[in-house]
Design a protein around this ligand. Structure first.
Ligand code: RB5
Length: 147
């Protein structure tokens, strides 16, 4: 398991906390985000992380901005990305299980560090179920990419 992680200027501190957590768990990561006192626009951060997921270099992506919303809008514009903006663990788990989401987004101004780490754990530890009904719905999601 290898995670691509990125952030904008609203979230360098929380990004570093997530990285420390990944290290403790022995999970590989690539940090494409910006550091403290740097400016970075969320569409650029989303593009960098999603590129690593789509190329296969990373299995999943994590994107953190102020709310998580800008990151999820940007990421979901990229073909092949299913990004979920989550602020509680149930959704972070179910979006892997049902939607086969490949990018998790959340907001540094919305969730605290404890919840952020729980979101990442739920997202990384949950497998896509692959059940027929979800396969059919994801096929419909993919069809929307061609509109
Ligand atoms: C940056 O100030 C802020 O707009 C951004 O981090 C994010 O919350 C956008 O959705």
């Amino acid at each position: 398991m290898k995670i691509a992680i990125g952030n904008d200027h609203a979230a360098p501190g929380l990004k570093l906390a997530v990285i420390e957590h990944l290290k403790e768990k022995g999970i590989e990561y690539v940090d494409t985000g910006c550091g403290i006192n740097e400016k970075c626009d969320y569409p650029d951060a989303a593009k960098a992380v999603c590129g690593k997921v789509l190329s296969g270099e990373c299995d999943l992506g994590v994107l953190i901005c102020g709310t998580g919303v800008g990151m999820s809008i940007a990421a979901n514009k990229i073909k092949g990305i299913r990004a979920a903006c989550c602020s509680e663990v149930f959704s972070a788990r179910l979006t892997r299980e049902h939607n086969d989401a490949n990018v998790l987004c959340f907001g540094a101004r919305v969730v605290g560090e404890g919840t952020a780490l729980d979101l990442v754990d739920a997202f990384v530890e949950t497998e896509y179920s692959g059940e027929e009904r979800h396969e059919q719905r994801i096929a419909k999601l993919k069809a929307l990419e061609d509109i």
